[in-house]
Design a protein around this ligand. Structure first.
Ligand code: AMP
Length: 595
């Protein structure tokens, strides 16, 4: 017999979840479903995301509610819009074969009138983020007097985000007799308090060890000097060419800066944080989900509820302030039975924090060495060889060119041809990592060999050190042209054929932008823009150093170029990929949040 039937789930639902690939219950489903199906208990489930907890409460709700009635009977509260949409879609999928099931997703940053319309039409299950839910309650647009079950999903997250008061207010509109089911990845004192305040003798279930991380996650750490962090991070990324990762920073500013530096250095990265509008966040997430982005740089709160499978690495660029958050971060990898790595970049002073985290998650970290230059070059080389082995050849299209290609190589041996193809990519990394210093700190000595080797090496250590070697230029394109700093960087590099490394600070304004260029590349920039045009408008680049302040206007500076054909493709290419456009004027905040 199908094990879900044995748990007490009806055939119609089992058929639907079988189509979703659920063959047997996950541990939390196995243990929670029978308890929740009785409908007579309050419940506390300690479980990570990715353990199947949506079905653990969703399936019993579908069994317990009366779908011949069209009033709200279940309310699911969760911290983020992403999770809200995920849960409501999942429940709809589970209910595919049951008639008259109406689920509404209520979340901020989207049209409230559509949500109100759905509520008016009649719904049995409301899945909501607290801020928007309260808004709707405040409009007297929903009646919770018949609610029988309230689910608090990712309760710790909701509290972290400051939703405590909102939750109190929402729950006060539901009947006293309702049952409350609380799910949380961690159990800090605040969640305990909620459980105590809102529940009577709840049934408690812990899947895995308390507060422990997923067993499929390996925890690594690298000891480096703070100032080498970015260089070390790039090495780690470069030595994992197939990385599909989420990089956690502590602040919005750090998130933004790391993303910009990475874009500038040619990485496929973008940032996700609370200053982005909902639409911008959606765009970034869409690109990440579709794997058009390889590295997502995020703040803790922005990354909540991200349910992307196959994340290979979680990178703690900065350790979280709260240890609990480490569990949330690392839980973004090793989902649905996969394995993953959660790695942390720490300096000597932070080693104590690693030990504290080890205690909390009940697992040891493995100390890793930042790869040496040669190791990175080797990884890249073999990744490329692997790509060549895997590439699908379109015979019909390549065949017509083949005779000419073969002719060009006629004088070369097979070995020589292989060497040349391999060198295409290899040379770039070889050049970059040639003489690259060791970035590891010897934990005993408290210093690294880097100081001795640093002088004269080619590695970039951030732009500050270069500032005096830069010239500040003005360009008459800005955020109104839908440019982000990343876009404008791409645009300048594409138009002028200079490397992103030659560009310093980018100061994006409304209708214009200031950017710094290494002195040696200034002429290239001017000649590159000589005939440039953007959307039918001439593009003007001027030296901003001599009197052009941030306030617009003033006379024309010594050198400027305008008119001519369009050479633009950088920004547009990004846009076609669904590139996220950041609103540097500070987009509207979604819901109540601290980021
Ligand atoms: P959740 O923790 O609810 O976000 O679920 C994590 C992932 O596991 C989702 O992609 C679910 O579709 C999937 N999932 C949940 N339960 C099962 C199951 N019993 N068998 C296979 N996959 C499942």
């Amino acid at each position: 017999m199908n094990p879900f039937i044995e748990l007490g789930i009806r055939h119609d639902i089992v058929n639907a979840i079988t189509e979703l690939g659920f063959e047997k219950p996950t541990p939390i489903q196995e243990q929670a479903v029978p308890v929740l199906l009785t409908g007579s208990n309050d419940f506390v489930g300690l479980a990570q995301t990715g353990t199947g907890k949506t079905a653990a409460f969703g399936l019993p709700l579908l069994e317990l509610l009366d779908f011949s009635q069209r009033h709200p009977q279940a309310l699911v509260l969760c911290p983020t819009r992403e999770l809200c949409l995920q849960i409501s879609k999942d429940i709809e999928k589970f209910a595919k074969n049951i008639p008259n099931v109406h689920v509404v997703a209520v979340y901020g940053g989207a049209s409230i009138s559509d949500q109100l319309r759905q509520i008016r039409r009649g719904v049995q299950i409301v899945v909501a983020t607290p801020g928007r839910m309260l808004d709707i309650i405040g409009r007297n647009a929903i009646d919770f007097s018949n609610v029988r079950y309230v689910v608090l999903d990712e309760a710790d997250e909701m509290l972290n985000m400051g939703f405590q008061e909102d939750i109190n207010n929402i729950l006060s509109t539901t009947p006293d007799e309702k049952k409350t089911w609380l799910f949380s990845a961690t159990m800090p004192a605040e969640v305990r308090r909620i459980a105590k305040n809102y529940m009577t003798d709840p049934f408690e279930l812990t899947v895995g060890t308390k507060n422990s991380g997923n067993a499929n996650i390996e925890h690594h750490y690298y000891v480096i000097r703070a100032r080498d962090k970015y260089a070390a991070f790039k090495r780690i990324v470069d030595s994992n060419p197939e990385i599909f990762g989420i990089v956690f920073c502590r602040t919005k500013v750090e998130t933004q800066e790391i993303a910009e530096s990475l874009i500038k250095d040619g990485y496929n990265a973008d940032s996700l944080h609370g200053d982005l509008s909902q639409q911008q966040r959606d765009k970034v997430m869409k690109r990440y989900r579709e794997r058009s982005l390889q590295l997502l740089i995020a703040t803790d709160v922005a990354a909540r509820g991200i349910d992307v499978n196959d994340v290979t690495h979680v990178i703690n660029y900065s350790l979280p302030d709260e240890i609990e958050n480490y569990t949330h971060r690392s839980g973004r990898t090793a989902r649905a039975g996969k394995t993953g790595i959660s790695l942390s970049l720490v300096n000597l002073k932070e080693l104590g924090k690693i030990r504290q985290i080890e205690k909390v998650i009940g697992k040891s970290f493995v100390k890793m060495e930042v790869p040496r230059g040669e190791a990175v070059v080797e990884s890249q080389l073999f990744a490329m060889i692997h790509k060549v082995q895997q590439v699908s050849v379109n015979d019909d299209h390549i065949d017509p060119y083949l005779p000419k290609i073969l002719e060009s190589f006629a004088d070369l041996s097979k070995e020589e041809i292989i060497k040349r193809f391999a060198s295409l990519e290899f040379n770039r990394f070889l050049e970059y990592y040639q003489n690259a210093p060791d970035l590891n700190v010897d934990a005993n000595e408290g210093r690294n060999s880097f100081d001795r080797e640093r002088k004269g090496k080619g590695e970039r250590f951030g732009r500050d050190g270069y500032k005096s070697d830069y010239t500040r230029l003005f360009i008459n394109l800005g955020s109104v042209d839908e440019f982000t700093r990343g876009d404008i960087l791409g645009y300048i590099c594409n138009t002028t054929h200079i490397s992103g490394k030659s560009i310093g600070k980018i100061d994006l304004k409304g209708v214009y932008t200031f950017f710094e260029v290494e002195n040696a590349s200034v002429d290239k920039v001017f000649s590159g823009f000589q005939n440039a045009e953007f959307n039918g408008r001439s593009v003007r680049v001027e030296n901003a150093g001599e009197g052009r302040g941030d306030s617009r206007g003033g006379e024309k500076r010594n050198r400027s170029f305008r008119n001519g054909s369009s050479d633009y493709n950088g920004g547009r290419r990004k846009r076609e990929n669904g590139g996220g456009f950041r609103d540097f004027s500070g987009g509207k905040r979604r819901e109540k949040s601290r980021w």
